[in-house]
Design a protein around this ligand. Structure first.
Ligand SMILES: [Mg+2]
Length: 206
């Protein structure tokens, strides 16, 4: 196996979606997923958000009603996020998680009381959320950031690198392997491009 295929196996997500609202509960259940861990910033709201908008909250509640155990894993400080914790009630929420290191993932899996292969990680960053979760053997879903235009330069640079890597890795995949870019990539990119805008609009509805 070449370097590119080896890296692709480590870094490419199982699914790439425009936003969390595109999660398919039925498909996840069919894969044996019982728990879903969400990154917070730019996955469920704009960077640094302190409260969830109603649409996101209703969506998370619907996942819980369908029987999924939910967890939240953030690399940021928990300061100012008391309301978030209150609204999400008894779901485990860890801050300063140190993704992609294993410790935070191990903790949240223990709190959910599920093995990694039964848990999906949903996040907007390839190098923290996806890579970290794949190392654990979790199912991985990479979503577009909610509000990329509000990010610092360092994060924009990382996103640029992620996009380059995504394209490069996708070319190394054999047909039908993984979810990397393919002949339909132009179409998918276009579909994905529409996602964050819709998601952003949703997040601005209060
Ligand atoms: Mg994030």
């Amino acid at each position: 196996m070449g370097l590119r295929a080896a890296l692709a196996r480590r870094l490419l997500p199982d699914e790439r979606l425009p936003s969390v609202f595109d999660l398919d509960a039925g498909r996840l259940r069919a894969r044996g997923i019982e728990g879903i861990v969400f990154d917070l910033d730019n996955t469920l709201g704009p960077w640094g958000f302190q409260r969830l908008d109603e649409r996101t909250l209703r969506f998370l509640e619907s996942l819980r009603r369908e029987g999924f155990r939910l967890g939240f894993l953030s690399n940021h400080e928990g300061d100012g996020r008391e309301e978030l914790r209150a609204r999400l009630g008894d779901c485990p929420m860890l801050f300063n998680a140190g993704k992609p290191r294993k410790r935070g993932f191990q903790k949240i899996l223990a709190l959910l009381d599920l093995p990694p292969e039964r848990v999906a990680m949903v996040g907007d960053q390839l190098f923290t959320d996806v890579w970290g979760a794949k190392r654990m053997g979790m199912y991985t879903i990479w979503v577009h950031p909610v509000a990329p235009d509000r990010e610092e330069l360092s994060v924009r640079v990382r996103r640029f690198l992620e996009r380059q890597l995504w394209r490069w890795l996708g070319q190394g995949l054999e047909q039908g392997q993984g979810q990397g870019p393919s002949e339909a990539d132009g179409e998918r990119e276009a579909h994905v491009e529409g996602g964050p805008v819709e998601a952003r609009q949703a997040h601005e509805e209060r």
